[in-house]
Write a protein that binds this ligand. Structure first.
Ligand code: ZN
Length: 83
């Protein structure tokens, strides 16, 4: 990336971040995913091959063809707006 698509800032730095992949009611958290982060607005940019690998891992794990590195349970709450 030469500049951020959202804010136009040209300072993007390489980073490793946590990526949350959600598909219907299934969620996979992937640690240490390489990306570029905009130093101004925080927008994250992932390469297509990185996203493809995450998608592949997700479907392999959910069809028991691959074992995840770790498993955690996730509570789900709905924000309740009371006026
Ligand atoms: Zn930006």
């Amino acid at each position: 990336m030469e500049k951020c698509n959202f804010c136009g800032n040209k300072n993007l730095k390489e980073a490793k971040v946590e990526y949350i992949y959600k598909y219907y009611n299934k969620i996979m958290i992937v640690e240490n995913v390489p990306c570029e982060v905009c130093e101004f607005c925080g927008e994250r940019y992932f390469k297509a091959e990185v996203l493809k690998k995450i998608e592949k891992d997700f479907f392999e794990i959910n069809s028991d063809r691959k074992k995840p590195a770790n498993v955690m349970s996730v509570p789900v709450e709905e924000y309740d707006l009371v006026i």
